[in-house]
Ligand binder design. Sequence first.
Ligand code: GDP
Ligand code: CA
Length: 334
Amino acid sequence: MNTSTRPQLQITTLAGGIGGARFIRGLTQSDLVGRECDVTVIANTGDDIWVHGLRVCPDLDTLMYTLGGGISAERGWGREDETFTTKAELGIYGVEPTWFGLGDKDIATHLVRTTSLQAGYTLSQVTEALCDRWQPGVHLIPMSDDRCETHVVVDHPEKDSRAAIHFQEWWIKYHASLPAHEFISVGLDSAKPAPGVIDSIMNADLVILPPSNPVVSIGTILNIPGVADALRNTPAPVVGISPIVSNAPVRGMADACLKAIGVETSAAAVAQHYGARINGGLIDYWLIDESDSAAIPEIEAAGIQCIAVPLMMTDIDATGDMARVAIDFALSGN
Ligand code: GDP
Ligand code: CA
């Protein structure tokens, strides 16, 4: 069948920063996917933080820059050809936080966002306006327009007592090395899903959980009232891709996050943490890396259909191939 005559597939994904952005870039920019896809991305905003008076949304920006061609290939976050003069000057003044990587070009994005929010626009509206420039090729929406920030309860090394610190401080300053007792979503009590979040899940042909952090990226989005229920109830199949390969995160410190919620760092444990939709959970299908193929029986016994394929997002086409497999696998049962 000629792919150009097939209708566009409506895909909705939940996503954090780097893992989510790289997967969605493969999904939308590789010819190997072989399907026309209309993609909505619901982004984690639990990482958002005020820095030097600026509203910074790290995952939204990583998605926007990666899909819009402006991301630093080397770092995986922030802008290509970036300078850090402003950050250095702030450091000389001795103002905190000195550990947050604020690039000069990046600051322009935060200035536009901050002034627009202060003028009364919602984060959804501001994101849409920023995307006018970046043309990410997807509908990029925040999980919520309400402030809902992830904080981490730790034994604070400087205060000699248990304290909650912002997720970014835990992740960047302490490199997740302080054992986390608990993650708290500050503002969750009054947070609502942003416009389009629930509808895009309920009306999708396919929902994908990309290889994003299951706790502080996907987990944070799932906490927003109505989102997990939408995944349980959507008529669309739900397929996830494991961010854990050979019992370790491919990048970052997801193991420290999983440990804090009592989940083992393995592809099988993460699948069972999400749970099978036939048993009231969130996923129908799960992709694991070839190296973890021995876990297939355990995952299938939990009611989740599973296949093992290469899961390293080495380039856009390798990722596109992974996206194609995810789509074909999830639609094969329909
Ligand atoms: P963050 O917000 O920038 O931390 O990004 P995400 O939450 O979207 O993604 C982080 C996750 O991506 C980590 O847990 C990594 O293990 C996973 N990841 C990064 N690169 C790859 C890859 O090439 N393959 C797979 N399977 N997972 C990856
Ligand atoms: Ca993130």
